[in-house]
Design a protein around this ligand. Structure first.
Ligand code: C5P
Length: 236
């Protein structure tokens, strides 16, 4: 597989073409962004940690029967993935109240959510990723109704698998964001799953082990990501 020209540079990852139009290279950079890209900093080793973390989780989900774009790790910072048509919607599941849910609804931070809350957001930094619902997604043509149903079902399947994976390693999966795309007409999981896109708390102490350390200036960001990786057995 030969890596070719850069197709797209996001806030933390870049996408490169390959000599096979069905596959692209996902390159994880050390850039770390928050507040819709208003704050960007370089964090040493972040690209490598997230690439390896994501590879582990995507493989774990694939093995559990969830279709993903992940093919294989290429090197420390790069993975080979399927070239999907991304659906510009973020799927969020919340098991515990935190972040924007607390700000929007004034509920208590740390409150257990039964049943878990599901939310869609439009991927649009200029509009600050507004919350949308199934009707917006269908009416504006961001995805077909049947694909919306599929994304939702897959996001909950991921919740069942990952809540247990992290619980068995002494952590609470507070919430997370997933992105999906279409590959040969099928909805599959894309983007990444890493501590950049979820909240993870130590089950005993409730210490934050995710990107909130960066957002809130708590320090020890990569050390926390590495601790999570080590606890669930990601080879770094
Ligand atoms: O900010 P909010 O509380 O809505 O985030 C919910 C979850 O989705 C968090 O785990 C956060 O890290 C993730 N998220 C993300 N990318 C975004 C928005 C939220 O990874 N653009």
């Amino acid at each position: 597989m030969e890596k070719r020209q850069e197709l797209y540079a996001g806030k933390a990852k870049s996408v490169f073409a390959t000599d096979d139009s069905d596959y692209v290279v996902l390159s994880f950079r050390d850039d770390t962004s928050a507040f819709d890209g208003e704050r960007i900093e370089q964090l040493n080793r972040k690209g490598e940690v997230n690439n390896k973390f994501n590879a582990f989780i995507m493989q774990y989900l694939s093995d559990a029967g969830i279709p993903t774009h992940f093919e294989k790790l290429l090197n420390a910072n790069e993975s080979l993935v399927k070239n999907m048509k991304m659906i510009p919607v973020e799927c969020v599941v919340r098991n515990v109240a935190s972040g924007s849910l607390v700000r929007r609804l004034g509920v208590e931070d740390g409150m257990e959510l039964t049943p878990p809350v599901f939310e869609f957001f439009l991927k649009n930094d200029a509009l600050h990723d507004p919350m949308v619902n199934e009707y917006h997604i269908e009416t504006f043509g961001w995805a077909k109704a049947e694909d919306v149903t599929k994304m939702k079902a897959l996001t909950f399947e991921v919740n069942a698998k990952l809540k247990k994976l992290f619980a068995d390693a002494g952590m609470i999966l507070v919430d997370y964001k997933l992105e999906f795309g279409l590959f040969k007409g099928e909805v599959i999981l894309g983007d990444e799953f890493s501590p950049d896109g979820c909240r993870l708390w130590d089950a005993q102490t409730r210490k934050k082990l995710d990107k909130d350390r960066f957002r809130q200036g708590l320090g020890g960001v990569i050390e926390a990501y590495e601790e999570v990786a080590q606890r669930i057995g990601v080879p770094l």
